[in-house]
Ligand binder design. Structure first.
Ligand code: FCB
Length: 448
C-alpha cells in the first residue's frame, strides 16, 4: 500500500495549544487567555500560559520532527503576538519568532504550513464585537498581509482559517470555547464574517504573491441511523456545506439561509460578500476525527452547538471510542474524501488533522500507545482507499505532534505522537511516532 510520489507527510499543532510564553515579547492577550481564566471554563483551570513551552523549545521540537522524517509541519501564527491589540502597531518580536521557526524548519528540510487563525483572536478585537462584528474580517486580512510580508519569501502554502464552524458555533453559540458566548444569532454572523475574513485574506495573500492558498474545515459524514434522511441533510448543511458551498461555489445552502434567517436574520450578508468569499483556493484542508450519527426525534430541542436542529437527536457512539468519547470510524474518512472530490473536483485535498486522544502512560522511556497506532493505521488505509477511488489527496498531517492544551479539556487529553511531561517539559516519542516514522520512510505500508 504505497502512496503517490510526493505525498506530503507531516504533523500539526496550533499556537495557543503549544507555545506558552503568553505574556512574553509583547504578545497581547487573546480570547483564550481570558476564557481559560474564568473558573469552570477549562478542566482544572488549565491555561496556555506555559503549554509545551514551544516558544522557547522550538529548535528542539524541530529536531524531533526531523528525527521522525516529517516533510511538513503545520503550525498556527498567534495573531496577538504579531498585532497585540489585533490591529495597528506591529510587534516585531512576535514576527521574529515565526521567522526563526520557519528558518529552523527549512534548515531541516521541513516545509512550513502556517495557518493564520487557529482560534486565538486578540482580546481587543473581541471587546469590539469579535467575529460577530464585520470589521474583524477586514482586520484579519490586514494581519494576513503583515505575516506574508515577513514570511512570504519562504512559505509557499498559506492556510487562512482553521475550523470556522468550531470558532463560530462553539465560541459564540454553545459557549464551550472562547469567547464563551451563547447567542445563536451572533454565531451565524461569526460564521459569515469568518468566511468573509477568509476571502479577504485570500485576496490579500494572492495580491502579495502567495503561491498557494488553503482553507481548513472540520468535516464529517453525517449518518442517519433511522430510515429518514432529512435530519442528516440538515446537520450536514450546518456543519459541512455552510462552509464548503460559500467558499467553493459562492453560495450558501438554502437550508442554512432559512435557519440563519430564523436566528437573528440575514442583514449581515451583504451584496458582493459571496463573491469575496468564493476565492479560488488550491487546497482544502480537512480535519477529520469521526462521523456524526443522528436520528429523527420529534420534540427534541436543538443541540446547543447546532441552532436549527430541533427534532434531531445526536446519537451517542455505540462502537469503540477514543478518550474523547469520539467514535472510531476510519471508513468515514474515505467516504468524506471521495465525496469532496466528487462534489468539489476543482480543489486539491490535504488532511490537515487526524488523530486520537488515549490515556497514555509513560513506562520508563516509552509509551506503548497501540490504540493510537491502530487508529492512525486505519485512517491511513482509508485515505489510501480514497486515493484509489480517485480522490485528489495530496498529503496527511497527524494531529498532533505533541501532547498539548486540548482547549476546554486542558492538558488531560493527550493527542500527541510525542508524549510531553508537563512538569519537566521532557518529550518522549510514543510508539506511534516510531511507527509513523517507518510509514513515512516507506511512503506507506510495504508488503502488507
Ligand atoms: C480540532 C482542533 C485542534 C484539536 C483537535 C483535537 O478541532 O482544530 O486544535 O483540538 O480538534
Amino acid at each position: 500500500m504505497v502512496f503517490p510520489d510526493g505525498f506530503v507527510w507531516g504533523a500539526a499543532t496550533a499556537a495557543y495549544q503549544i507555545e506558552g510564553a503568553a505574556a512574553e515579547d509583547g504578545r497581547g492577550p487573546s480570547i483564550w487567555d481570558t476564557f481559560s481564566r474564568v473558573p469552570g471554563n477549562v478542566a482544572d483551570g488549565h491555561t496556555g500560559d506555559v503549554a509545551c513551552d514551544h516558544y522557547h523549545r522550538y529548535a528542539e521540537d524541530v529536531r524531533l520532527m526531523a528525527g521522525l522524517g516529517l516533510a511538513a509541519y503545520r503550525f498556527s501564527v498567534a495573531w496577538p503576538r504579531i498585532l497585540p491589540t489585533g490591529a495597528g502597531q506591529v510587534n516585531a518580536a512576535g514576527l521574529g519568532f515565526y521567522d526563526r521557526l520557519v528558518d529552523e524548519l527549512l534548515a531541516h528540510g521541513i516545509t512550513p504550513y502556517p495557518t493564520l487563525y487557529h482560534w486565538d483572536l486578540p482580546q481587543a478585537l473581541e471587546d469590539a464585537g469579535g467575529w460577530a462584528s464585520r470589521d474583524t474580517a477586514a482586520r484579519f486580512a490586514d494581519f494576513a498581509a503583515v505575516v506574508h510580508e515577513r514570511l512570504g519569501d519562504r512559505v509557499r502554502t498559506w492556510t487562512t482559517l482553521n475550523e470556522p464552524w468550531v470558532a463560530a458555533f462553539l465560541g459564540y453559540c454553545s459557549g464551550v470555547h472562547a469567547p464563551g458566548r451563547r447567542d445563536p444569532a451572533a454565531a451565524f454572523r461569526a460564521a459569515h464574517h469568518l468566511l468573509l475574513g477568509h476571502g479577504l485574506a485570500a485576496q490579500a495573500l494572492r495580491a502579495a504573491g502567495a503561491a498557494e492558498v488553503a482553507l481548513t474545515l472540520n468535516l464529517a459524514p453525517v449518518i442517519q441511523t433511522d430510515d429518514g434522511h432529512q435530519e442528516a441533510a440538515r446537520v450536514d448543511a450546518l456543519m459541512n456545506r455552510q462552509f464548503l458551498d460559500p467558499a467553493l461555489r459562492g453560495r450558501y445552502p438554502e437550508d442554512v439561509l432559512e435557519i440563519a434567517a430564523r436566528h437573528g436574520g440575514l442583514d449581515h450578508v451583504r451584496d458582493g460578500d459571496l463573491a469575496v468569499i468564493h476565492q479560488p483556493i488550491d487546497l482544502l484542508g480537512i480535519n477529520y476525527y469521526n462521523p456524526s450519527f443522528v436520528s429523527a426525534a420529534p420534540g427534541e430541542p436543538a443541540n446547543p452547538a447546532f441552532p436549527g436542529t430541533e427534532g434531531i437527536r445526536f446519537e451517542p457512539p455505540t462502537g469503540p471510542t477514543t478518550a474523547m468519547d469520539w467514535p472510531i470510524e476510519p471508513s468515514g474518512l474515505e467516504t468524506l474524501l471521495v465525496r469532496l472530490s466528487r462534489d468539489y473536483p476543482e480543489v486539491g485535498l490535504l488532511v490537515t488533522e487526524n488523530g486520537a486522544a488515549f490515556d497514555d502512560h509513560l513506562t520508563g522511556d516509552e509509551v506503548h500507545d497501540k490504540d493510537r497506532i491502530a487508529y492512525l493505521d486505519g485512517h491511513l488505509r482509508a485515505a489510501h482507499a480514497a486515493i484509489s477511488a480517485g480522490a485528489d489527496l495530496r498529503g496527511y498531517l497527524v494531529w498532533s505532534l505533541l501532547d498539548n492544551f486540548e482547549w476546554a479539556f486542558g492538558y488531560h487529553k493527550r493527542f500527541g505522537i510525542v508524549y510531553v511531561d508537563f512538569e519537566t517539559q521532557r518529550r518522549v516519542p510514543k510508539d506511534s511516532a516510531l511507527w509513523y516514522r517507518d510509514v513515512i520512510k516507506r511512503n506507506g505500508f510495504m508488503g502488507e
